[in-house]
Design a protein around this ligand. Structure first.
Ligand code: GLA
Length: 388
């Protein structure tokens, strides 16, 4: 699907539901994460990149003080809300994300116009590819541009995250919204979640003779389900016991040995080693070494083991997908995102992608699991206005 198709889809929905033409169409991408999982809320490093797939919103100024929302993916759940009535917990389901953005903008003192918003998306949902962050970011861009506001993107990412945390009640970190708003095509985004400084790291696997394959394991993830929050709490407790403001302050894996609780020790070890892996991947991407991609692949697989054994957030379909991909010649593979469902990212030599796909499909079929989905992707651009 091209951006033109995406804009047309949202524009058509807008016309069918609200009548007339929108003032504009905005798109925000989903994301995958190359390295650094559950490091964002520990003030560490992350290295996500934007997907070609995204959430498109066709939007127009509407009746003063009213926000009307509809979505092609949720046809029976149209909502209209008074902006003055917006309060956490008051809107549920998918509409909590765009409504939460209007609430977060208003809470920060920005003037939000009445608006009608039609949403269309080609980010697979429940696949751990941040479709909800993309929805927040597309809405944030649309509402601010409709109001003639120029809010810096890093600030907009913070407000979109606020919508998710404080309005929708999902306790996520800053990675997904930052990726959707700050990534550049052909680059991964190195974000220091403590200083919030970011830099663009050239990342073009195709030039290195490799491909990025996302494997949707079809196991659903649900961040509100409790385990994510539990991991956050464990990390905070580990930091407290070690006397540091956050686990980011640990740079030596050995320091985690001071934790007597083996569970907390494992959680902290994952965070310390994953932060180090982010920096290793950045160094490899900056080197001219022909072995960079195989080495990055090895780090991906190492990260998977850390997420599986130390952080304990992997799931059976992800473990099988990783093993099958490696057996079929992938440079490396790991689960991405919050855990307990969603996608695996595999880095594969260009010539091996069909073999890898077939091997993963076969491994799932052999267990009578739902067939996995595949998405070949390349680092793409951040949220933008498509038309109008
Ligand atoms: C989810 C959250 C992110 C991040 C990842 C794990 O995607 O939304 O903030 O914590 O999980 O790295």
């Amino acid at each position: 699907m091209t951006d033109t198709d995406r804009a047309r889809g949202a524009r058509e929905l807008f016309g069918a539901r609200f009548g007339g033409a929108p003032d504009g169409v905005w798109l925000a991408p989903g994301r995958a994460n190359l390295m650094g999982e559950h490091t964002d809320y520990n003030e560490g490093y992350v290295l996500p990149f934007a997907l070609g797939q995204g959430v498109a919103v066709a939007a127009a100024r509407g009746a003063a003080g009213r926000l009307a929302l509809c979505s092609r993916q949720r046809p029976s759940r149209e909502t209209e809300i008074a902006l003055d009535d917006l309060a956490p917990g008051q809107v549920t389901g998918w509409a909590a994300y765009p409504a939460g953005v209007a609430w977060a903008l208003r809470s920060a003192g920005y003037r939000v116009p009445g608006a009608r918003i039609a949403v269309d998306s080609d980010v697979p949902e429940g696949a751990g590819l941040s479709s909800s962050a993309a929805l927040e970011c597309a809405t944030a861009l649309a509402l601010t541009e409709l109001a003639g506001l120029d809010v810096p993107r890093a600030e907009l990412a913070g407000l979109a995250r606020r919508a998710e945390n404080d309005f929708a009640g999902v306790p996520s970190g800053i990675m997904d919204q930052s990726a959707s708003l700050l990534c550049e095509p052909g680059h991964a985004l190195l974000l220091d979640c403590r200083s919030r400084e970011s830099s663009q790291i050239p990342f073009d696997p195709a030039r290195g003779g490799s491909r990025l394959l996302l494997i949707n394991t079809r196991a659903r993830h649900e961040l509100t389900a409790g385990e994510y929050g539990r991991r956050r709490a464990e990390c905070e407790q580990a930091a407290r016991l070690l006397g540091v403001p956050s686990l980011r302050y640990l740079t030596d894996e050995g320091e985690t040995g001071r934790l007597s609780d083996p569970v907390l020790r494992r959680r902290a070890r994952h965070v310390v080693t994953d932060n180090a892996r982010v920096l290793c991947v950045v160094a490899l991407l900056g080197s001219a070494s022909g072995a960079a991609y195989p080495e990055i692949g090895a780090l991906l697989t190492q990260a998977h083991l850390s997420l599986r054994d130390d952080f304990e957030i992997s799931w059976p379909e992800a473990d099988v997908a990783v093993d099958a991909a490696l057996d079929a010649g992938a440079f490396g593979a790991r689960m991405i995102g919050g855990g307990f469902g969603g996608s695996v990212l595999a880095l594969v030599p260009a010539g091996a992608r069909d073999v890898v796909r077939a091997a993963v499909t076969g491994a799932f079929a052999g267990r009578s699991w739902t067939e996995p989905g595949f998405l070949e992707t390349a680092p793409s651009g951040s949220a933008r206005r498509l038309s109008g």
